[in-house]
Ligand binder design. Structure first.
Ligand code: GLC
Length: 446
């Protein structure tokens, strides 16, 4: 996750809520229940709970970054970071013509991976729109593509039974008023009308939309964007939609980026599979399937969602390392998906070998670094009633003493290479106290 420092800080400056951050180490380090921003929202808590039920269960989604930058293969920030003149950059729209229905392969891969929803960039910072808009000619149907790529995307998601959302960047490097709106009121008026008009098109022309995922609200504040008015319009058009926090209003969920952080509010960690959202030929820093499963388990433990990105190439095809990793994750999800989708928040969190999730009084111990033959968990506060292999169902021997429960008689090699799961039935909601071990475990040997 090494993004050059200068671009990191520059991007942070450019961002509203949900700043780019370095990936936190996995495992015990995350602190649970951080306070989310509070403030006005255009919905009520009760209505939010109703609308978000599917999303909490879905848990795992696919983010798709697709646009003109996909042809360049140099990250989706190339236009700004390389200072490419607008007149030069926009020529890319004359060539951008992905193969028909490329989105079908994305949706199939999402389903194979055990994901339940997709969120695609309908307009990224570059300003090019993948949807049909009356408000600019800089859009797929009026340029070389000659068709509505958002319509293809949602048709593909629906065909696989997936929910779908629209990512929409408020920041716009192409629109003439995209920067001067900060200092020129007439420009702000025009630009805000343009943005609201496009959001109205997205929410009005495609039937039911599940998620509206705003991004980067530079250079205005929520007030300048008239975000409250915009979101009230969105909710009138789409009464069940979920809206993220990046138009400067907390709304339905918060969006930690490139790291996992639990909040006391609905949250979704979005992450790349390498270090780039848009296709980047040179970026070979791919996450392994095991890292992806660990990240998903960490989100699950703390009742958050994991939105994992693919950056298709200009023709719409998915980079092979993403296909391979998501296919491997999907094999694991075939046998463990139920645990992910039906999990309750889990208080047990400390181990360098295992991740934990919970359903009722059952603790699931997911060992990703398999020690062979025996696996131990410290500090469990509950009495263990029974233990079995989750996948396969064989009973697992265990011994419980004051500070430790030890599962033994296990195979020498991990039965599930990504994470092997033992289901541990406890006498109450599983909880762990590591502090007690450190303080009270007797120092003298017996
Ligand atoms: C950041 C980046 C952007 C990416 C987004 C995903 O805001 O600027 O390129 O789309 O993160 O969350």
């Amino acid at each position: 996750m090494l993004t050059p420092k200068s671009s990191l800080s520059r991007r942070n400056l450019l961002k509203g809520a949900g700043g780019l951050a370095l990936a936190a180490p996995l495992g015990r380090a995350q602190e649970a229940g951080k306070k989310a921003d509070t403030g006005p929202t255009t919905s009520t808590a009760e209505d939010r709970d109703r609308r978000m039920q599917w999303w909490h269960e879905a848990r795992f989604g696919m983010f798709i970054h697709f646009g003109l930058y996909s042809q360049l293969g140099q990250h989706e920030w190339a236009m700004e970071e390389e200072g490419i003149p607008v007149a030069e950059y926009q020529l890319l729209a004359r060539q951008f013509n992905p193969k028909p229905h490329a989105a079908r392969a994305w949706a199939k891969l999402a389903k194979t991976a055990g994901m339940k929803y997709m969120v695609m960039t309908t307009k990224h910072h570059e300003g090019y729109c993948l949807f049909d808009t009356k408000l600019t000619d800089y859009c797929a149907p009026k340029q070389a593509a000659g068709r509505d790529l958002v319509a293809e995307y949602l048709e593909a998601a629906k065909a696989e039974g997936l929910r779908f959302g629209f990512y929409y960047s408020l920041m716009d490097w192409h629109h003439p008023d995209g920067a001067r709106c900060l200092t020129d009121e007439a420009a702000r008026r025009r630009f805000v009308d343009y943005i609201h008009g496009q959001v109205r098109e997205l929410c009005g022309n495609y039937g039911k939309v599940d998620v509206l995922w705003y991004d980067v609200n530079w250079p205005l504040t929520a007030e300048g964007w008239e975000s409250e008015k915009m979101n009230r319009m969105v909710r009138r058009l789409q009464p069940d939609i979920l809206i993220n926090n990046r138009a400067g209003i907390p709304e339905d969920f918060t969006t930690p980026e490139q790291h996992i952080q639990a909040y006391d509010y609905p949250w979704e960690s979005c992450m790349t599979m390498n270090d780039s959202w848009g296709f980047n030929t040179g970026d070979d820093n791919w996450k392994s399937p095991k890292t992806i499963v660990r990240n998903l388990l960490t989100c699950t433990r703390d009742h958050g969602n994991y939105l994992l990105n693919i950056g298709p190439k200009g023709d719409g095809s998915i980079p092979e390392p993403s296909v391979q990793a998501l296919t491997a994750v999907g094999k694991w999800m075939d046998t463990h998906g139920e645990l992910i989708h039906k999990a309750d928040r889990c208080k047990v969190r400390s181990s360098e070998m295992c991740a934990f999730t919970r359903q009722g009084n059952t603790l699931f111990v997911h060992t990703y670094f398999w020690p062979g033959e025996a696996v131990a968990v410290g500090g469990l506060k509950n009495k263990v009633l029974s233990a079995k292999m989750y996948h396969g169902g064989e009973a697992v021997k265990f011994e419980q003493s004051e500070w430790r429960v030890k599962f033994s008689g296990l195979p020498a090699h991990a039965p599930d290479a990504l994470a092997t799961t033992i289901a541990v039935e406890c006498d109450g909601e599983p909880d762990q106290d590591m502090h007690a071990i450190r303080v009270h475990r007797k120092r003298e040997s017996v």
